[in-house]
Write a protein that binds this ligand. Sequence first.
Ligand code: TMP
Length: 203
Amino acid sequence: MSGKFITFEGSEGSGKSTQSKLLYQYLRRQGYKVIYLREPGSTKIGEKIRRILLDPRNKSILPVCETLLYMAARAQMVEEVIVPALKKGKIVICDRFLDSTLAYQGYGLGISIKAIKSIGDFATQGIRPDLTIFLDLAVKAGLRQCGKTKDRIEERSLRYHQRVREGYLKLAKAYPGRIKVIKVDDHKNKTQIKIRELVKDVI
Ligand code: TMP
């Protein structure tokens, strides 16, 4: 597949949606064929699964069920959107991917990392990002950026969100070639410049 696959990761309020959209617009202006996706979602089915996952009323979802729902949305997006786009040589920018499940359900909820990797291989057809940008921000500072109405995941404890961030940092250590850590700067343009530098090396 001739395209390039770039993912953004980060804990709550890290600004990854803003930064990934800025990158998308920048690459389009540069004349690249690029598509923008978010997880969970970006397909009709995936957006429905997203609503189930984030609805605070769904208190009874068990960790294994939650993990499989994220994977189900991912499987739909990979086959319906990512594979065709990469085959056409496009740049695919995705706001979250498999590392999110490792961080949030693996390190955060205690689901086996080995199991997530193996279900992840199945759900993604083995597709891995060429570059993953992890936007790192202190957990408390990030949570302050979230709105007053919190979704089911945002509602979780500070300790949970700290485990998620620590998980991301472990992943970045384990895959230093693919996962690049960028400390979030107060000035969003400065963060964006660092992101563009990393992307330049991949595309
Ligand atoms: P978003 O807020 O970045 O759009 O992501 C939706 C929420 O879902 C966010 O709280 C992180 C969470 N999430 C997981 O817990 N596991 C996953 O695999 C993904 C993709 C997201």
